[in-house]
Design a protein around this ligand. Structure first.
Ligand code: SAM
Ligand code: DTB
Ligand code: SF4
Length: 370
């Protein structure tokens, strides 16, 4: 296949090879770790041009997928993620008020509001190590009710075993979010209560269940560029890259170990987050790449560069899980100014459907083929 871009200057350096490398959609996992490192090193405009060119080969230009987030169980999480406001380990310093599970009708009301404002996907997050047996009927009901509104569903509930992943798949869950967050080697600076391999196991269970995988990272936790390279490389080592890749920019939260360190020592350049988005777009050309946490602090121009880098999804609504988000009215204005349009939802069918025998009134279930 012809190169994506032709750079014809006589003295173009070795970056030219990368710009001309065949598009990986024709040959999965084309990029080695060295290739990923070279992409990060490209002059920014070359990187953005390549990312946007690849983006347009796989997606409708200027069309953006919009998700709305809701925390269905906030705070007092048993995990110790060093960036997170919801960890019970940091509650004395973050002072975050823990809450019980939100009632189903309140979640549905929030989903209806999200749909009315143009979101195509509703993402529900819980501050759990993993869902317990008594949580499963609750989350299954939420999936079914939210899907019935014509929205795609996404959940992020911590670790899942194979049985739990199957139950969520049978209910029709469209996406499950479980982030690697960073490289394997930096991970120990971030979390001690859940291992990197446990994260990969959950992602594998989700993949095997037939639910779309949503897995991303956080940029700006004090990790090095090598860690960001290794994180992209981890995505390419998976049997299939995640369908959705949230690239979070750290929201430094006072009272969390990582937030406090970053607030004291200074934040990473936003351009490095934009580079990470571009490299994720190039290496995972058919995945949605999402501008996730951190947008509230960004200018219009910085967000425009992130879209140029191939991001085609963002969280819409004034709140993420516990922190603020860019305002909805501001997002509407920005989309108008940039000429971006919202993509419609395409929820997958549930695998198991309830049926009732008209004669006997007996309830049973049918399992639909994939
Ligand atoms: N408890 C579930 C879990 O971690 O498996 C799901 C919710 S958790 C809040 C989802 C993701 O949000 C995390 O993996 C992390 O990548 C991101 N996140 C949390 N706090 C953040 C922060 N302060 N800044 C940026 N991203 C953050
Ligand atoms: C993801 O990668 N980012 C979202 C979503 N998945 C669940 C969460 C961002 C959380 C930001 C911090 C907060 O609001 O607590
Ligand atoms: Fe718990 Fe998720 Fe926060 Fe980690 S990121 S402390 S698992 S809510």
């Amino acid at each position: 296949m012809a190169g994506l871009l032709s750079i014809s200057e006589p003295n173009a350096d070795s970056t030219t090879d990368l710009l001309n490398q065949p598009d990986p959609h024709t040959a999965a996992h084309t990029y080695s770790r060295d290739d990923i490192a070279q992409l990060f090193d490209l002059p920014l405009m070359d990187l953005l041009l390549k990312a946007q060119t690849i983006h347009r080969e796989h997606f409708v230009a200027n069309e953006i997928q919009i998700s709305t987030l809701l925390s269905i169980k906030t705070g007092n999480c048993p995990e110790d993620c060093g960036y997170c406001s919801q960890s019970g380990h940091h509650r004395d310093t973050t002072k975050l008020q823990a809450e019980k599970r939100i009632e189903v009708d309140k979640v549905i009301a929030a989903a209806k509001r999200a749909k009315a404002t143009g979101s195509s996907r509703f993402c529900m997050g819980a501050a759990w190590k993993h869902p317990s047996a008594k949580d499963m009927p609750y989350v299954v009901e939420l999936i079914k009710e939210v899907k019935a509104l014509g929205l795609e569903t996404c959940m992020t509930l911590g670790m899942l075993d194979t049985n739990q992943a199957t139950q969520l798949a049978d209910a029709g869950l469209d996406y499950y979010n479980h982030n690697l967050d960073t490289s394997r080697s930096y991970y120990e600076q971030v979390v001690s209560t859940r291992s990197y391999d446990e994260r990969l196991d959950t992602i594998e269970n989700v993949r095997n269940s037939g639910i779309n995988v949503c897995s991303g990272n956080i940029v700006g936790m004090g990790e090095s560029r090598d860690d960001r390279i290794d994180w992209v490389h981890e995505l390419l080592k998976m049997p299939k890259a995640p369908e959705s890749i949230p690239v979070n920019l750290l929201v430094p939260i006072k009272g969390t170990p990582i937030g406090d360190k970053v607030l004291a020592e200074g934040q990473l350049s936003v351009l490095e987050w934009i580079r990470t988005i571009a490299v994720a777009r190039i290496c995972c050309p058919t995945s949605y790449v999402r501008l996730s946490a951190g947008r509230e602090s960004l200018s219009d121009s910085e967000q425009a560069l992130a879209f140029m880098a191939g991001a085609n999804s963002f969280f819409y609504g004034d709140k993420l899980l516990t922190t603020g988000n860019a305002s909805q009215s501001g997002d509407d204005r920005l989309m108008r100014e940039l000429g971006l349009t919202k993509q419609f939802a395409a929820p997958r069918a549930p695998k198991v459907l309830p049926v009732m025998d008209a004669m006997s009134g007996h309830q049973s279930q049918v399992v639909l083929a994939d």
